[in-house]
Structures are given as C-alpha cells and as structure tokens.
Design a binder for this molecule. Structure first.
Ligand SMILES: [Zn+2]
Length: 264
C-alpha cells in the first residue's frame, strides 16, 4: 500500500497506545509479543466459554479416562503458570483425538484422544502443549495481529479518504472480537506458536515429573494415526499443526534443555 501523506493524528495515537500497553514477554522462552486483552479479561472469557461448552457438549463419565485426566491435570497444574487459574479438567464424549485449553485453567480432553496418548506421559504431553498455548497467550496474540491489520487498513483508508471517521473500524473490530470471545477459537496457530507450545509443554512435563522424551513418542503416534486416517477425516487440531517431521526434529533439538529439569 502506497501512502502519500502522514498518519492522521488521532489514529496514530490510538495505535501507539495499543502497542505500548500490550507488549509482554512469554515465560520461559522470553519471546516478546503484543496482546490487546489483559490476563484477567482473558480468564473471565475462558470461564464463561467453558461453562457454555459443558452445557452443550456431552461430558464423559468413563472412570478410567476421568481418573487419568485428574491425575495428570493435578500434577501439571502445579507447574503451569496460568494467570488467574481456577483449574478444571473435563473429559468430553467426542471420538476425534483432540484436546483444548482456555484461559483461566479450563481444560477439555476428548475421549478419542486416549487411543493416541496411551499413558499418563502421553496425556501430559498433549495437556502441556494445549495449556502452553494459553500461558504464551497465543490466541490473544493472533487476535492482536488481526486487529493490527484492521488498524493498518483503517489508516490506509483514511489516508485515501479524509472524510472517514478514523477510529471506527478498529474499535468495531475490537468490540466484536472481545464480545464474541472469538479469539478463544483460533483456527490456526502459526508454526512459531506451535513449536513454542511444544517446547513449553516439554518443560511442564519435566517439572511435573514426566519424562519429556515421551512427548516425542506421542507426536510420532499422532503422525502414524494421521497417516492411517488422512484426508477428510482430519480434525482441525491435526491439520493446523506443523509438519510432523519438523516438530519432532525441533523437539529432539530442545530435549537437552527439558531434561535438565527432569528428575524422574
Ligand atoms: Zn497446538
């Protein structure tokens, strides 16, 4: 986009304020990121959304699955730095091998996941990975990137058409995103975010006393499952993750650091 005049004053101020307020650091990886929402707001949205999911999705009463999720969840929750956490681990009746975590420490595991996790360490690898997306605030970061694009588009639009009310586009996007809790259902994390979640997940496993090398075995089992169930059967969870061999290679590269925190 070619800009022929300086930014209009009110919107450039708005954008500067947005970015200054929202710059934070991801724990353990030290990566700098931008986020619009604060952790308290994110947690409140997570609580509300999880209640809705428990109303609308069938909750599993399978004793073995529930015991495993509570066992692994209680160990991991002591080492995962989720702000404002009110931990809750629920098994949902759903044959797709999937799991998710919402801000505020709300975790859902599908019954279909257990065919792949196989044991507590495998389950810890998936829960650690999903909660890592929350700790590193990846959904909010995705939303913030979207808003930055919207704001940029609004600036460009104003530069071209001076009679537009500048703040409107960005504010409408913010209101819609926050009001609809849309950011909790990010369809696609970036490859960088996925690899960061793998690394954090391995650290959480190690700190909770699970051998982090089991995460590598878990992703290999996922890769095998993917090959057997490819094509249209693919759940979004898997299709949005990076190529299996890339993530396994990256996790192997990171393993020495994770193992320094594993006391078996
Ligand atoms: Zn992920």
């Amino acid at each position: 986009m070619r800009q022929t005049s300086p930014l209009p004053y009110p919107l450039s101020l708005l954008l500067a304020g947005l970015i200054a307020v929202a710059c934070t650091t991801v724990p353990d990886t030290g990566r700098q990121q931008f986020n619009v929402l604060n952790p308290g707001e994110e947690a409140r949205l997570g609580f509300t959304e999880f209640e809705k999911m428990k109303q609308s999705k069938a909750v599993s009463r399978n004793p073995a699955y529930n015991a495993a999720v509570q066992r692994v969840g209680s160990r991991l929750s002591q080492v995962m730095p989720v702000p404002n956490a009110q931990w809750e681990f629920v098994v949902f009746e759903d044959p797709t091998p999937n799991a998710f975590a919402l801000p505020g420490g709300k975790v859902g595991v599908h019954t279909g996941l257990f065919q792949i996790t196989q044991d507590d360490a495998g389950l810890a690898a998936v829960i650690g990975h999903e909660v890592a997306h929350v700790v590193a605030r990846h959904s909010g970061e995705r939303m913030t990137q979207g808003l930055a694009s919207a704001a940029t588009a609004a600036i460009a639009s104003e530069v071209l058409r001076r009679n537009t009310d500048m703040g409107t586009a960005g504010q409408a996007a913010t209101t819609a995103a926050i009001g609809g809790a849309a950011f909790l259902h990010v369809q696609r994390f970036s490859r960088q975010q996925e690899l960061e979640a793998d690394q954090l997940g391995a650290l959480y496993m190690a700190r909770a006393g699970y051998d982090p090398r089991q995460a590598i075995e878990l992703w290999k089992r996922f890769a095998a499952w993917r090959q057997q169930n490819g094509g249209s059967q693919m759940p979004a969870f898997l299709s949005t993750h990076p190529l299996d061999d890339v993530r396994i290679a990256e996790l192997e590269r990171f393993m020495p650091r994770a193992l320094t925190e594993f006391r078996g």
